[in-house]
Write a protein that binds this ligand. Structure first.
Ligand SMILES: Cc1ncc(COP(=O)(O)O)c(C=O)c1O
Length: 396
């Protein structure tokens, strides 16, 4: 039995989505910009997908721009607003310290271009405080970017309040909803955002397909220039099968959201409680109240998360650490570090993320296997023996 509990990395593509993509690839090859029948057929597929994405986030279809995924949507939001504001002298950007690299590294790139950037701290629960935002806002701030749900710990941020503060100071509000769209209700308007990113492969759609919702009237420049696609906002011949897949995934998510949210939440809670009960020295990282229902991030005292991840993989169980492998060394998670966790806790945490196809049998298998693996790794550490385990995978 293989268990996949890494839905925040990516999700299996739903059967309806595969079918839609195969059908479109086979039957609708036209270029959506062509005026003839073949082009118009492709355009109709794109229009339908645009309406489905808009419905998922309570936007208007005209406000949805298709992109090649969450990274491009985040780049478009941050760089596009920076480009639009550069000449006005508003040259300050704010983001939370726990954003995805797609936002953080874009801020770093703009800092090299002369922009002032501020990273907002989070408290130990992993939540951004509106008061802290108020303290760092200035009349020069062009954009505030704070993610809706965090990919590592699942905490949901108070976007509505943060957006209110950004707007009081004349700045725009972007939210990266890559880890919330399709998992919980996301209403772009109710959140008060001006820009919202989402990505198909996080909710059972294909990789390389996403969207940026841009509220009508928002000042933004395109980052991809070329033809007049996407109402001059994103040049390039549309990837119609990928867009159809995103549309089908959005439709499926909207349809199943209410039931799914409850079911996944019950499984996650069963897993979390089972682990806390059966493995001594475990603690949940981040707020347990304001969280997406599919994610839990747990610290295992006196265990290297990387070793536990490999031991679990050898048992057929796929989970994740927040650590990133850069230049051959393990970097502790920037999210857990920003929460102020001590170094040993940033290196002994695993993320379990569930989804549409998760089952109670999978949850119980993990609860069954974990105590033995943790005990084994702890005893190896106690006796000073090497805890290296061979893995079939290379990590990037
Ligand atoms: C919060 C968040 N933003 C952005 C991204 C990037 O999305 P994509 O993989 O579609 O480029 C991810 C993916 O892990 C994410 O979790």
């Amino acid at each position: 039995m293989r268990v996949y509990f890494d839905y925040n990395a990516t999700t299996p593509v739903a059967a309806d989505v595969v079918e839609a993509m195969v059908r479109v690839t086979r039957d609708t090859f036209g270029n959506a910009s062509s005026v003839h029948h073949f082009g118009q057929q492709a355009k109709a597929i794109i229009d339908e997908a645009r309406s489905a994405v808009a419905a998922l986030i309570n936007g208007d279809p005209s406000e949805v721009v298709f992109t090649a995924g969450g990274t491009e949507s985040d780049n478009f939001a941050v760089r596009g607003v920076a480009d639009a504001f550069e000449a006005t002298g508003r040259k300050h950007l704010i983001a939370s310290a726990i954003e995805h690299e797609a936002v953080l590294n874009t801020l770093r790139a703009l800092a090299r271009r002369g922009w002032r950037t501020t990273l907002l701290p989070v408290d130990e629960s992993g939540v951004v405080s509106p008061e802290r935002l108020r303290e760092v806002m200035t009349g020069d701030t062009a954009l505030v970017s704070v993610m809706h749900a965090n990919n590592e710990i699942g905490t949901v941020q108070p976007i509505r309040e943060l957006a209110g503060i950004a707007h009081e100071h004349g700045a725009l509000m972007h939210t990266d909803a890559v880890q919330s769209a399709g998992k919980i209700a996301v209403d772009a308007r109710a959140l008060g955002a001006d820009l919202l990113s989402l990505s198909a492969h996080k909710f059972n759609g294909p990789k390389g397909a996403g969207a940026l919702w841009i509220k009508r009237g928002t000042r933004i420049q395109p980052i991809l220039t070329g033809g007049k696609h996407e109402r001059n906002r994103r040049a390039g011949t549309e990837n119609v099968p990928a867009i159809a897949g995103l549309g089908a995934a959005a439709q499926l998510a909207a349809h199943k959201l209410a039931d799914q949210q409850g079911q996944v939440g019950v499984l996650r809670d069963r897993l979390e409680e089972g682990i806390l009960r059966s493995v001594p020295g475990t603690v949940v990282n981040g707020a347990r109240t304001s969280r997406v229902p599919n994610t839990t991030n747990i610290s295992f005292d006196r265990v290297e998360a990387e070793s536990l991840l490999i031991a679990l993989d050898l048992e057929g169980i796929a989970v994740s650490t927040g650590s990133a492998c850069s230049s051959g060394s393990l970097e502790p998670s920037h999210v857990l570090r920003a929460m102020g966790l001590p170094p040993h806790r940033t290196q002994n945490s695993l993320r379990f993320s569930l989804g549409m196809f998760s089952t109670v049998q999978e949850v119980d298998r993990v609860i069954d296997v974990l105590p033995r693996l943790v005990e084994k790794l702890r005893s190896l550490t106690r006796t000073g023996r090497s805890v290296e385990l061979s893995s079939p995978h290379e990590r990037g």
